[in-house]
Design a protein around this ligand. Structure first.
Ligand SMILES: NC(=O)c1ccc[n+]([C@@H]2O[C@H](COP(=O)([O-])OP(=O)(O)OC[C@H]3O[C@@H](n4cnc5c(N)ncnc54)[C@H](OP(=O)(O)O)[C@@H]3O)[C@@H](O)[C@H]2O)c1
Length: 329
């Protein structure tokens, strides 16, 4: 028997989450059983711990869209007992039972070996949010972003994706402008390497003019909605925006003018179905380019019992940086 956070749904459709003792017989069928060491809290986890957001198919459900730990048993030749592994994406924690558990059973195809130079705790301090931030940096680089050409904007900067994006971009030598709705996070964001703080209200609404002064040489956007629409009109000629999230809304009240008159690129970033090779490349880059002291500054430790409250907090946009869940604490 072991501990897991189990979400149940009552007859009225109301969900409730609690730590319960479950057995290995409860785990889904798959080829690798992992003794989970750490998991984390992403925006999607907030949905899966709470209202479901249309992501969870069946209840009772064990959420946790990512985890890191040690292989216990494997019927797949790529993994053997004792191997350290990381999982993000593949709808684990949504359609499939996830990482808020002392044990998880998943398909070998979904795992990657723990990147060299990272501990399982550090890998989950990065987690899906940080992995996605790196995918966004890589996409901007593939479209010509180089240090020394001006400011890169990061929206939702004090959140998980935003914090890691700020730290990576700064370490790569970029000037980073951080958009936040929480002025009290200024010292934190400057500590991660932000050189300018942009109050959220400055970009919260669209304006009539489709083009404004060319300001940003790149952007990692975790917010979407009106903010993304506004930012598109402020991009420099030929610059790219990596669209990562929808913390501020899924709509996009924009015009196509920035694409047509300034050659601006809007790059979609998906972490869930990323092919294996690109996953390895992103994790290698994280181990190389994300300063571990800055990662440490983002961490808030937690246990399985803390998750219902943290899930609600992340949906309210109140979690700063990255939560690391020690599932064995
Ligand atoms: N594409 C992918 O594969 C992928 C992967 C991971 C995450 N995501 C998405 O990326 C987004 C961020 O995820 P996360 O885990 O980093 O969540 P998070 O830690 O909650 O960060 C989101 C941040 O956005 C800002 N924000 C929240 N509500 C806002 C609003 N109404 N208007 C403007 N800004 C708002 C807040 O930053 P400030 O307080 O600094 O303003 C908040 O901390 C989510 O939408 C998530 O679903 C996508």
């Amino acid at each position: 028997m072991f501990n897991a956070l189990v979400v149940e749904k009552d007859e009225d459709g109301k969900t409730s989450a609690s730590v319960q003792r479950i057995s290995e017989a409860n785990l889904p069928e798959a080829d690798v059983t992992v003794a989970v060491e750490y998991s984390t809290v992403n925006y999607k986890d907030g949905l899966c711990i709470g209202p479901g957001g249309g992501l969870v198919r069946n209840y009772p459900h064990v959420p946790g869209i990512d985890f890191a730990g040690t292989v216990e048993t494997s019927s797949d030749a790529r993994y053997k007992p004792g191997d350290k592994v990381v999982l993000t994406g593949w709808r684990v924690g949504e359609a499939h039972w996830g990482g808020y558990s002392q044990k998880a059973r998943v398909r070998a195809d979904w795992l990657v070996p723990l990147p060299q130079g990272l501990t399982t705790r550090q890998a989950m301090a990065v987690g899906t949010a940080g992995f996605t931030a790196m995918l966004a940096v890589m996409a901007l680089e593939d479209h010509g972003l180089k240090p020394g050409h001006g400011e890169v904007l990061v929206t939702g900067a004090a959140g998980g994706v935003g914090s890691v994006a700020v730290a990576i971009l700064s370490a790569l030598g970029h000037e980073v402008a951080a958009v936040t709705g929480r002025p009290e996070t200024e010292d934190y964001l400057r500590g991660l390497g932000a050189t300018r703080i942009v109050p959220r209200e400055e970009l919260a609404e669209t304006v009539k003019r489709p083009l404004e002064t060319e300001t940003w040489t790149g952007c990692i956007d975790a917010v979407g909605g009106a903010m993304l629409a506004r930012v598109l009109g402020q991009m420099k000629y030929g610059a790219s925006v990596a669209a990562v999230g929808l913390a501020g809304g899924a709509g996009l009240p924009a015009t196509v003018v920035p694409f047509l008159l300034r050659g601006v690129n809007l790059l979609g970033i998906d972490s869930v179905m990323q092919p294996y090779g690109n996953r390895l490349r992103a994790w290698e880059r994280i181990a190389r380019d994300l300063p571990m002291d800055k990662l440490e500054a983002m961490i808030q430790p937690a246990t399985l019992a803390d998750l219902p409250e943290l899930g609600a907090e992340i949906l309210r946009g109140q979690v700063r940086g990255r939560v690391v869940v020690d599932v064995n604490a």
